[in-house]
Design a protein around this ligand. Structure first.
Ligand SMILES: [Zn+2]
Length: 128
């Protein structure tokens, strides 16, 4: 099946009221199954180090689901939580994006995990 992708989201200014995601990267998935995403952590870390030198901070993760309006699997929730806790204290939360097969906004859903809860972002606030 085509379309399995996962990557990291990077932003330059973490102190702004609106943190703008400036770059989305693509990492090679190490394993692919329905609603499951894993990637090479070492590659993810070296990508973060390289982009940090350019002033970019990793603020989240995105991946693709083969469903029209995607929702996070149990493993996705665990992954988001793990990254949110690992990002402390620099980040109050991480952005977790799942891209489905429908056109945005229905097919693009965004959550923020603050280390306690996974909150869905309001889709009205998502701009192309
Ligand atoms: Zn998933």
């Amino acid at each position: 099946m085509m379309g399995w992708s996962v990557g990291q989201l990077f932003a330059r200014d973490l102190t702004a009221n609106t943190v703008e995601v400036e770059m989305a990267t693509v990492l090679a998935p190490t394993r692919a199954a329905w609603a499951r995403v894993t990637f090479n952590t070492e590659r993810a870390m070296s990508e973060r180090e390289a982009l940090f030198k350019k002033g970019l901070h990793c603020v989240g993760i995105w991946h693709i689901h083969p469903e029209s309006s995607p929702s996070p699997s149990t493993e996705d929730r665990l992954l988001a939580r793990e990254h949110a806790l690992a990002a402390r204290p620099q980040l109050a939360g991480i952005v977790f994006v799942i891209v489905g097969t429908a056109q945005p906004p229905a097919g693009l859903r965004v959550w923020v995990d603050d280390g306690v809860d996974l909150h869905e972002a309001i889709s009205d606030e998502i701009k192309q």
